[in-house]
Ligand binder design. Structure first.
Ligand code: PAF
Length: 282
């Protein structure tokens, strides 16, 4: 597996594959790769002939108060893991390569969907994600792009962006990869202390409990959200949100909605953990 750092070179590599009749999958990441990312790489390998993985810690999706500078950068270990998992090309551009004119002024923004869930307290986050993913789509021009379902809102927004901008790219969502105790893999799990790590699976347990209550007929979603928030707070989580939402609009669900996502975000010590489950009542 080769690593390239500039736009011209990744374009040349992909063009050569295209001339050879090969289809291309892209797995966009911010590095600090773990087993969850490798499940995305395996999905990409099933979907296309060659797999390009990008590693870019994207400054525009971090608010000034967030962990951009501290975000773990582990390029050598990431490259070794990708090599062991038979990825074909690693694209690891610098900030200057991706934002060549300095502070960015050209944005791709999906309205509405970005207002709910994580977007409520991170108002500029998804605009950074959609802008950088658009750039990656234009640079790599893949046939398929693969994203994790752990970031349900991100996946929903990127599907919408791809459809509205008519990118000729198929978006593939991959089920969340979990530890044996249910904790979703995340680069930020490394910030947890040992004691916090033991408590962290509570988010997934509570989401499952809430899902069972709805499957059993409970329809007072706001009350269920409050019960789960209180249960997390009692165990030392600082809850950002618990939301029973319509899986398509991401707005708070009403009893009329049939396809639901139950999503939560909470700080446990330093890291902010997110997770979700979906539920189809049709
Ligand atoms: O999910 C991520 O790691 C990032 O948000 C993404 C999609 C790579 C964009 O920077």
């Amino acid at each position: 597996m080769d690593m390239v750092c500039n736009v011209a070179e990744v374009r040349a590599r992909v063009a050569a594959w295209r001339r050879a009749g090969k289809t291309v999958a892209l797995v966009p990441t911010m590095g600090n790769l773990h087993a969850g990312h490798m499940s995305l790489v395996r999905a990409a390998q099933r979907e296309a002939d060659v797999t390009v993985v990008s590693i870019f810690v994207n400054p525009t999706q971090f608010a000034p108060s967030e962990d951009f500078d501290a975000y773990p950068r582990t390029l050598e270990a990431d490259a070794a893991l990708l090599r062991a998992n038979a990825a074909d090309l690693l694209f690891a551009p610098s900030v200057d390569e991706m934002y060549p004119l300095g502070p960015n002024t050209t944005w791709v923004e999906v309205e509405q969907l970005g207002r709910y869930l994580c977007g409520a307290n991170r108002p500029t986050h998804f605009r950074g994600v959609t802008t950088v993913v658009s750039k990656l789509f234009l640079i790599v021009a893949p046939d398929v792009a693969v994203f994790g379902e752990k970031d349900f809102q991100q996946l929903t927004i990127l599907r919408r962006m791809t459809a509205e901008l008519r990118f000729p790219i198929r978006i593939v969502g991959v089920p969340t990869w979990r530890e044996a105790d249910g904790l979703a893999f995340s680069s930020r799990n490394g910030y947890l202390t040992e004691a916090e790590r033991e408590r962290a699976p509570l988010i997934q347990q509570q989401l499952q409990q809430l899902k069972r209550a709805i499957a059993d007929g409970e329809r007072d979603y706001r009350a269920l959200e409050d019960v789960m928030s209180a249960a997390l707070a009692a165990q030392g989580f600082k809850v950002d949100y618990v939301s029973v939402a319509d899986a398509e609009t991401l707005a708070p669900a009403t009893s009329e909605d049939r396809k639901l996502v139950i999503a939560a975000a909470a700080y446990l010590g330093k890291p902010r953990l997110i997770d979700n489950v979906t539920l189809d009542l049709t």
